[in-house]
Design a protein around this ligand. Structure first.
Ligand code: PLP
Length: 402
């Protein structure tokens, strides 16, 4: 008799289950629109040339070794990452009120930050957008938060932001609640607040004394411009807020499996930093002890070297423009086919994802009849579209809706 024979099967993680089903599908025209990873025009993963270049240099660098990094990681990397997020002229950086913790991609940075907040905040309530990247909920609960609550975000009728609903829900949040905000390219809806709306969100966060925790998984990847994509975070910094921000380098560097991330912490007084760092150190020590080095060294090298940085800028422009082009192409094809419904939201959304508006049963048919894999919620990854499959996808949506 096993110690574990009483354990029942846990629920599958939807996106990974879909990847498996897609890989096992023998249909020639199958399309995977579920995973949030960039694909080339040929539908292949892309190792960014500058990442390869930096990686080779590192492997050949005789001064480097595989010794442990410090518990909070490679400081030169986390400084470069914090600068990328906030901008070197940020008052938070100049006044030494910001620092970074090199962590395990976006997920690990969120988890370390959430665990710290769960320990120090009296109220253990977090708010997430409805809908959100589903891992936020699991991750904050596992980090010790007692309760997760939704704030309204997506309006299915208008296929846009329910801004009044969002503000109302934030107004009703108890003081001290942590508010998860997608810094840019909201996952899964693809819709972000406008510049004016960010200011209104900031007002409520201030009035209600809420704690903003930004999740920044797509800086540069969304528009091709790193400063533009960091607008919300930089705005909060310039308004004097204290906040956390989890940065991921999975998408914008294509370093998905290297797990490179940074938790940026911005406070209003540098004197509180040593104590915060000491507790973050204890949390990381008990969780994974210290982070891996190779991916972070790649990002640091590219961010610090002006020539490699230029190349990286070109790469993020290549990726973001292809995604924008696919948005246009999918809309054009659906309109050309005369598919019922409005499709302008596809080109109005930003970043990797869009909500199609397809219902759960329509999604089921997309997978079963057309071999087009997508999330139950109707979310698709634009990165999975390419010039060879976009018309097939449009036709599949058309036939499914009719
Ligand atoms: N946050 C959001 C909104 C995401 O979409 C993702 C990845 O899909 C992440 C965080 C974290 O990704 P990773 O842990 O791979 O950096």
């Amino acid at each position: 008799m096993s110690w574990f024979s009483e354990i029942e099967l846990g629920p599958p993680v939807e996106v990974f289950a879909l990847i498996k089903a897609y890989n096992e599908d023998n249909f020639e025209q199958k399309v995977n629109l579920s995973v949030g990873a960039y694909r080339t025009a040929e539908g292949k993963p892309w190792l960014l040339p500058v990442v390869k270049e930096a990686s080779i240099k590192l492997v050949n660098d005789a001064t480097l070794n595989k010794e442990y990094l410090p518990i909070l990681g490679l400081e030169s990397f986390s400084n470069a990452a914090t600068n990328l997020l906030l901008g070197v002229d940020s008052p938070a950086i100049i006044e030494k009120r910001a620092f970074g913790v090199h962590s395990l991609s976006g997920t690990g940075s969120l988890r370390v930050g959430a665990e710290f907040l769960a320990r120090v905040l009296g109220k253990k309530i977090f708010y997430y957008s409805k809908p959100t990247w589903e891992n936020h909920i699991l991750l904050f609960k596992n980090a010790g938060f007692e309760e997760g609550r939704e704030y309204r975000y997506w309006d299915n009728n208008t296929r846009s932001l329910d801004f009044d609903g969002m503000i109302q829900d934030l107004r009703n949040a108890p003081t001290g609640s942590v508010i998860i905000l997608h810094a840019v390219a909201h996952n899964p809806t693809g819709i972000d607040p406008t510049v004016e709306q960010w200011d209104q969100i900031a007002n409520v966060v201030k009035e209600r004394r809420l704690f903003p925790f930004f999740d920044c998984a797509y800086q540069g990847f969304a528009s091709g411009d790193v400063a533009k994509d960091a607008y919300s975070v930089r705005r909060f910094a310039s308004l004097g807020f204290e906040f956390f921000c989890a940065q991921s380098f999975a998408k914008n560097f294509g370093l998905y499996n290297e797990r490179v991330g940074n938790l940026t912490v911005v406070v209003n007084n540098p004197s509180v930093i040593p104590a915060i760092k000491s507790h973050l150190t204890i949390i990381v020590r008990g969780m994974y002890s210290n982070p891996p080095a190779h991916g972070a060294r790649i990002v640091e090298a590219v961010l610090r070297d002006p020539v490699m940085y230029e190349k990286w800028q070109d790469h993020i422009k290549t990726m973001s423009s292809r995604i924008i082009e696919m948005r246009k192409e999918l809309r054009r094809s659906l309109e050309h086919l005369g598919t019922p419904g409005e499709w302008n939201h596809l080109t109005e959304h930003i970043g990797m994802f869009s909500y199609t508006g397809l219902t759960e049963s329509q999604v089921e048919r997309m997978i079963r009849n057309h071999h087009v894999y997508m999330l139950r919620s109707g979310r698709i990854s634009m990165a999975g579209l390419n010039p060879s499959n976009v018309y097939y996808v449009a036709k599949s949506i058309h036939e499914t809706i009719l």
